[in-house]
Design a binder for this molecule. Structure first.
Ligand code: AMP
Ligand code: GLY
Length: 429
């Protein structure tokens, strides 16, 4: 099969690495890709936003499957345009991608399908939002409706903060994403991520993970896209996963299919495990970054076969995908300044040494400057390792991090702390 992978981050490097292991693969292209992806794919200089250029490339190179990594082209309808031209695509059409593109859309779908989630209301003007806000108690969650690169959510502790957040969103702080807002009850519990392959009616569980969103140790500092992750998340045990499938993922797939806008691709459910059971925080319509990196390290089945079967609508004939019992953990090395303005151009060395012990270093924001590998983004490398348990995976990942020479970068030193504490508590009991 000829495959085109769209995207340029650590998630796409992990996908490229795994796709390249498939016996079904003839040739892999990536657009625009990055220096790590180039080890597995031929890089093509097209932007996923240029649908015309993507279609022309796929026609010319007889592409059998297009894998769309990031959310923006999905929300923008790239999958629809490719499918119209007869191509097989891993990733949902525009209407189903609204699960990520509009928080209000997802909340309304949850209400229609009886899916457990926080109480909410949607608003298109500030006065009405401020009037209704006290009903939700404190703290209260204020969200920009549209895509805001993970930044459009404010948890307000006081009514003053809530009003300021409402004003900021309608005042254009998040651009068009904030022209509508959602106000939600604040849920208490532990967060975890659950993934499922979905092809319309059929959904298969596709692993669990937890990430660390804050920039610094001890879950301090500003929110980021994720500073590290591990898989599995032991809190999502088999019984909990079965509940999430039955109460959240399957009703979502059924509702979208019944509307005539079926979901096809990977559905990523951000969950809050509350005292009343699992509740949906939000959906993403693509793999998490860096959650994908740890999932790919554990996946035992052929990713290309799974993605192609999803795109063809054949999941009903498959058994659930198999993952190794090992734990995988990834540490993000970011450029100084992230998540603000990251320092660009810092030299990176030591990747071969880091990988010598079996770790895998995925490139997230790197570029080549002549013979030197340099930082070109906020999150730069994802140093990923596996072990028989969380402690072993963490030790291996940090041993590899220590071999990376990247003076203008930083990383957290406590990735996995929650899981380590849980396993210590279990050992004591
Ligand atoms: P989202 O972009 O919707 O995932 O929200 C970002 C983060 O805000 C989540 O990972 C949660 O930590 C938090 N969050 C969002 N909605 C809620 C809620 N209703 N209750 C508690 N925390 C929330
Ligand atoms: N790591 C969170 C995300 O990919 O949305």
């Amino acid at each position: 099969m000829n495959v085109l992978l769209l995207g340029s981050g650590g998630r796409e490097h992990a996908l490229a690495w795994k796709l390249a292991q498939s016996p079904l693969l003839t040739k892999l292209w990536a657009a625009p890709g990055n220096p790590g992806i180039e080890d597995h794919a031929s890089l093509v200089d097209i932007k996923p936003a240029d649908h015309r250029a993507c279609i022309d490339f796929c026609l010319k190179h007889s592409i059998d499957l297009i894998v769309i990594g990031p959310e923006a082209p999905l929300v923008d309808g790239l999958a629809d345009n490719l499918r119209t031209m007869g191509f097989k695509v891993f990733g949902p059409d525009r209407e189903a991608a609204r699960l990520e593109g509009s928080k209000g859309f997802t909340k309304d779908l949850c209400a229609e399908a009886g899916i457990p989630t926080a109480a909410y209301a949607r608003f298109t003007d500030a006065e009405a939002a401020k009037y209704a806000c006290p009903e939700f108690g404190l703290p209260v969650v204020i969200k920009a409706d549209g895509l805001a690169a993970g930044k459009g959510v404010i948890i307000a502790e006081t009514s003053g903060e809530a009003e300021a957040a409402i004003d900021a969103m309608f005042g254009g702080e998040f651009g068009k994403a904030g022209s509508e807002i959602v106000i939600e009850e604040c849920m208490a519990g532990e967060e975890a991520s659950f993934f499922a392959l979905v092809d319309g009616e059929t959904a298969l569980p596709f692993g669990t993970a937890q990430d660390h969103k804050r920039a610094f140790d001890g879950d301090a500092g500003p929110n980021t896209g994720g500073m590290g992750a591990y898989s599995p998340a032991s809190i999502l045990d088999a019984a909990m996963q079965a509940r999430v499938m039955a109460e959240i993922v399957e009703p979502t797939a059924r509702t979208l299919a019944a509307r005539g806008t079926p979901f096809s691709g990977v559905l990523y459910a951000g969950l809050m495990l509350t005292a009343e059971g699992p509740k949906l925080i939000e959906y993403n319509v693509r793999f998490g970054d860096p959650e994908c990196q740890v999932l790919m390290m554990r996946l035992e089945d052929d990713l290309l076969a799974l993605m192609h079967t999803t795109a063809e609508g054949g999941l009903a004939e498959l058994d659930p995908p198999r993952f190794s019992d090992d734990v995988a953990l990834t540490v993000v090395i970011a450029a100084n300044g992230y998540p603000g303005t990251p320092e660009k151009g810092g030299a990176i060395a030591g990747i071969d040494q880091a990988e010598a012990s079996g770790a895998k270093v995925f490139h997230a924001g790197t570029a080549r400057d002549g013979a030197v590998l340099v930082a070109s983004g906020g999150r730069v490398l994802n140093v990923t390792a596996t072990g028989k348990d969380i402690a072993a995976a963490r030790k291996a990942a940090y041993a590899a991090v220590a071999r990376i020479d990247f003076p203008t970068g930083f990383h957290r030193t406590d990735i996995g702390w929650r899981e380590i504490e849980r396993s210590k508590a279990l050992q004591k009991a």
